[in-house]
Design a protein around this ligand. Structure first.
Ligand SMILES: C[S@@+](CC[C@H](N)C(=O)[O-])C[C@H]1O[C@@H](n2cnc3c(N)ncnc32)[C@H](O)[C@@H]1O
Length: 285
């Protein structure tokens, strides 16, 4: 199969690209870089970060663009059933892909549209509604990639800590100047309900994915109520039960922008979670 050397905008070699590459448009050298299980590349705030930061769970559009490039080819389509203020949709625009996002809270879509206006980026398709209801209405359409970022169990009620000290066993309390992070407006009563709803929505999203297409999702683990919750493993278990989805990788994104806090000092070990997991599944049946 034919190979050709590719060059970046500055004329530097990107390495050799094989015409047989069905997964993405990366050269072999770039593939080696992006197949590493830990992502350490920094993603400085950009694309109206302050505006998007009103959400609290937004992801860097450039990171989303890198994931879009690793799991799809130019001109292909991306679906995000939990779009928030549009990290994935903006990433798809940066990577030259069409994208469709669904978001239950219209305020986040309004902010996404404002970001597009301020940045001069053409809006992608953004649908307001509950994905469980909206995804079936997209039946008949086929997406090349599902890239998303799940709402967090309990996160809508958890205070965002900004340097607050809390003794072990003491109930959570908002730090001075903090506000309730309200980016999980799906209203999931407990972890069991959250997992069940995620399994249901991902099954509906997977039904719209092309055969051999990838389904990729961000999921952060959590320390809550004196206990570590390995949400990535629990969500992966729910996704493994979706017919046809096969688990391919658990990537770790080291978020260099996370601030460190003095959690639990003198009392108990409490981790500073400075990473997020990125689960990679493929539709194989
Ligand atoms: C972690 S956030 C996504 C953030 C996004 N990656 C960004 O860059 O802005 C998850 C989003 O899912 C939304 N959501 C929760 N349940 C939903 C549902 N059933 N259908 C659609 N959106 C939902 C929440 O309102 C929240 O904005």
């Amino acid at each position: 199969m034919a190979k050709r050397e590719l060059y970046d905008a500055e004329g530097n070699s990107r390495g050799w690209y094989s015409e047989a590459n069905r997964v993405n448009d990366l050269t072999g050298r770039e593939w080696v870089f992006w197949s590493r299980s830990v992502i350490t590349r920094p993603y400085p705030p950009n694309l109206q970060h302050a505006l998007r930061n009103r959400h609290g769970g937004q992801k860097p559009p450039e990171l989303c663009a890198d994931l879009v490039r690793a799991f799809s080819k130019q001109g292909q389509s991306v679906l995000d059933p939990f779009m928030g203020v549009g990290g994935v949709l903006l990433g798809a625009s940066l990577a030259g892909r069409a994208a469709t996002g669904i978001e239950i809270n219209p305020e986040w879509i309004r902010i996404y549209r404002e970001v597009c206006r301020l940045e001069g980026i053409a809006e992608q398709e953004a649908i307001t509604g509950d994905s469980a209801m909206v995804l079936p209405t997209l039946s008949g359409r086929v997406f090349d990639l599902v890239l998303t970022d799940v709402p967090y169990w309990k996160m809508d009620r958890a205070p965002r800590s900004r340097g607050a000290w809390k003794r072990v066993g003491e109930p959570s309390r908002p730090a001075r100047g903090s506000h309730l992070a309200d980016f999980g407006t799906g209203g999931y009563a407990d972890k069991g309900e959250w997992l069940a709803r995620m399994g249901e929505i991902f099954a509906r999203a997977a039904a719209l994915l092309k055969p051999d297409g990838y389904l990729v999702t961000f999921i952060g683990d959590m320390y809550r109520d004196n206990e570590y919750h390995c949400l990535s493993a629990e969500l992966a278990g729910a996704l493994q039960r979706v017919p046809g989805l096969v688990w391919k990788a658990n990537l770790v994104w080291y978020d260099v922008s996370k601030k460190l806090h003095l959690y639990g000092y003198q009392y108990s070990y409490i981790p500073s979670l400075i990473h997020q997991n990125i689960l990679v599944f493929r539709r194989e049946a």
